[in-house]
Design a protein around this ligand. Sequence first.
Ligand code: ADP
Length: 396
Amino acid sequence: MGDAPRPAVLIINCGSSSVKFALIGVRGEVLILSGLAERLGSPEAGMTWKIGAERAARPLPDADLVTALHEMIGILPGDVQVVAVGHRVVHGAEEFSRSVRIEAAVLAAIERCNDLAPLHNPANLAGIRAAQKVFPTIPQVAVFDTAFHQTLPERAYLYPVPYDWYQTDRVRRYGFHGTSHRYVASEAARRLGRPLESLGLITAHLGNGCSATAIEGGHSVDTTMGISPLEGLVMGTRSGDVDPSLHEYMAARRGWSLERIMRALNRESGLLGLSGVSNDMRTLTEAAASGNARAQLAIDVFSYRLAKSICGLSAALSRLDAIVFTGGIGENNKLVRLRTAEHLKVLGVALDPARNETNGAPPTGLISRDGTLTCLVVPTNEELMIARETLSVLSS
Ligand code: ADP
């Protein structure tokens, strides 16, 4: 007699020419498989994946999204049964304050958000439509990056621009990385052994994109990203906050179009622009250690601006119990955490060098000294959060 198939949730995160996927077993929330199909639509298209510790790769010349998803089914372990598909969707605007089961009206509402995320939402929609073709009988759920931040109060989400920009053109701050901020907040509460409802937290998600969020009682009350993921912290290639008059100034100085300036702010700025070395913090840390002054400068600006934003976000909270670091940089880069902490003495932050050195003392991930403001390193797990959301939507 064979064992019953293992139920699992498939997580799909679709970009313009790539799709990241992960399969999470419902029992025990185990990561069964994760992978990436990229350069879709080109002769170089291919898929890489990992099952347990085993890695594999396969070229898929000229494959489109549907072909890639079919290929992905081919590599799923035979004893696994996909019971639901969870899609990461970047922008839900004010249409979505929670995850939803996907049906025709939901697709139309996501489409209405396309203007606000012209690079991301159409790709997410294409992923949903492809998955509906490939898994026509399996329920699908959309999980939005913006939904967690729909609890921001007006004073935090409105820009001080003419009010009718908000009314007519939906100009406001939305915030992103909501799935990650929400996950690490609940994980931090669990690790601290305190109810999330009782805590004031600031979570810093520092990956290629970076954002920080003030969370009170489990609700996002302010965040650094705005109408788009360009606002706020310094990022790998994104500038974060700049004076908006830069557009006019650089247009006049260099005769650049708006598109050219936006490309500079999105793709040529941040750590890459400042350092002239790399957008990758690991490379920059190594370069700084071997004496590259511009790499050091980029790390300094990154850390100082992060600290400044954390201080700003503390104004949104009635209490601050802990600062939580996550994302590739937040989880792994002791230098950035140390530099940031040096600018946060005013909040009572002091890191414990030994705890910081090991990326947090187990089991809590504590990096602060006893008797100072609690600082934790908590690895994010967006796929797991999307899987939980997917199952929770389907069971409600
Ligand atoms: P994404 O936002 O694309 O998910 P990640 O969360 O993986 O990206 O973060 C990428 C960033 O994390 C890069 O700047 C990378 O250098 C940094 N990073 C990842 N691992 C380490 C490490 N072991 N040490 C220092 N930095 C790291």
